[in-house]
Design a protein. Structure first.
Length: 336
C-alpha cells in the first residue's frame, strides 16, 4: 500500500474529509477575497503531499504514516491530513525544517494574492508542493514556479506534485534571489518568514504585480509600482512561518522588557510591533508608541521598498511614524 493507492474505503474517506475541510475553511471566511479557490481545495488531495507527518505529544513527536501496516493508523493519518492545522513534515535534531501550513491560512493567502487568468506566479518556499498544486490547478502548470534551497525538499515536492498530476516548474535555489530565468512575474507568494523584502523579487515583477509575504508575525501585501517601488499594508491576521532557508535561523536575541506592563508583553499586537521595530526602537519606546496610537492592529502598519531603502510605517508611509527594516538605510523614526 502507498499513500496514493489507498483502497476504496480510504479513498471514499479522503473525499468526505476533503469536503469537510472545504466547509470548515469556508465557514472561517478565508475564501472571502476570492471564492474561486474553493474548487481548488475541494479537488487537490492534500494527503498525497503529506505521506507522513509528525504530531507533537508528551513524549515528543509521533510519526503518522500512510503506509503503516496498521489500518487504524492509516485512517488516523488520513483524517489528520485533512484537519485544518499545520503539519510538521521535516525535522532535524528536534528542529522543525518544513511543514504543510494550516489550510485555512493557505486559503486566505491565496485569496489575498488576487490572481487573475494568465498570471505568472512565483512561490518562495516549496514545502510539500501542496500550495504549488493549488496554484497549478487554478492557473495551469506552465504559469507556476516554486523555489526552495534544499534539494531534498524540492525533490520530494516534485514527486508529490507528479503523484497528484501537476507539473509546475520546481527550482532548487535561493528564494531570496527569486528565479530570474522565469521572470517576469505577476504575483509572488512566500510561505516562509523573512526579515525584509528582497529587492530581487521586485526587480522580477511586472508593474502592478502583487507580493504577499510573511514578515514580523504578519502577512504583508505589496503592490509594485511603475518606478519599481513597492508599497502596501499588512493583513489583519497573525502568521507564523519557518524562516526562509539560507537566512539566519537563530532566534533573535531576547530584549529586556523592563518597564513594559505585563498586559502589553503578552499582547500579540504589541509583540508584532516589537518584531517590526526591533532594529529601530527599544521596547519602552515601542510601548509608548503603541499606547499613544490606540494599540493599533496589524492592518494599520505597512512597508515601502524603494531604491536602497526599506521602511515600515504606521498609517501613512510619509507620516510621523516610520523606521528602517533590517539591512536598510531607511528613514529614522520620528514622532516618538
Amino acid at each position: 500500500m502507498t499513500a496514493h493507492a489507498l483502497g476504496q474505503e480510504l479513498e471514499q474517506l479522503a473525499v468526505s474529509e476533503r469536503a469537510a475541510l472545504v466547509r470548515e475553511i469556508e465557514t472561517s471566511g478565508a475564501f472571502g477575497a476570492d471564492p474561486e479557490w474553493r474548487e481548488a481545495f475541494g479537488t487537490v488531495p492534500r494527503h498525497l503531499f503529506v505521506p507522513y507527518y509528525y504530531v507533537g505529544g508528551a513524549r515528543g513527536y509521533e510519526r503518522r504514516w500512510g503506509e503503516s501496516p496498521d489500518p487504524r493508523a492509516r485512517e488516523r493519518w488520513l483524517r489528520g491530513a485533512y484537519e485544518d492545522v499545520p503539519l510538521a513534515t521535516r525535522l532535524r535534531d528536534g528542529e522543525l525544517l518544513s511543514s504543510s501550513s494550516q489550510p485555512s491560512l493557505m486559503a486566505e493567502m491565496l485569496a489575498e494574492l488576487r490572481v487573475g487568468d494568465g498570471d505568472r506566479v512565483l512561490e518562495v518556499g516549496a514545502g510539500t508542493g501542496y500550495n504549488a498544486a493549488l496554484l497549478s490547478y487554478r492557473l495551469g502548470d506552465e504559469r507556476v514556479t516554486t523555489v526552495d534551497l534544499d534539494p531534498e525538499i524540492t525533490e520530494s515536492a516534485r514527486r508529490h506534485l507528479a503523484d497528484a498530476g501537476y507539473h509546475p516548474t520546481v527550482v532548487t535555489g535561493d528564494g531570496a534571489r527569486g528565479v530570474p530565468e522565469r521572470a517576469p512575474f505577476d504575483r509572488i507568494i512566500a510561505t516562509c518568514e523573512l526579515a525584509s523584502v528582497p529587492r530581487a523579487w521586485i526587480a522580477q515583477c511586472r508593474p502592478g504585480a502583487r507580493i504577499l509575504t510573511p514578515l514580523a508575525t504578519g502577512l504583508l501585501a505589496l503592490t509594485v509600482g511603475e518606478s519599481g517601488q513597492a508599497e502596501g499594508n499588512f493583513l489583519h491576521n497573525p502568521a507564523y512561518f519557518v524562516p526562509l532557508r539560507g537566512t539566519d535561523r537563530r532566534a533573535p536575541e531576547p530584549v529586556a522588557l523592563g518597564g513594559v506592563p505585563t498586559r502589553a508583553r503578552e499582547n500579540d499586537l504589541f509583540r508584532f510591533l516589537l518584531a517590526l521595530t526591533r532594529a529601530a526602537l527599544d521596547p519602552q519606546e515601542a510601548y509608548a508608541l503603541w499606547e499613544r496610537e490606540g494599540r493599533p492592529g496589524r492592518d494599520r502598519y505597512g512597508v515601502t521598498v524603494g531604491g536602497e531603502q526599506t521602511w515600515a510605517w504606521l498609517d501613512d508611509p510619509e507620516g510621523p511614524y516610520a523606521w528602517p527594516l533590517p539591512g536598510s538605510s531607511g528613514p529614522a523614526l520620528i514622532g516618538t
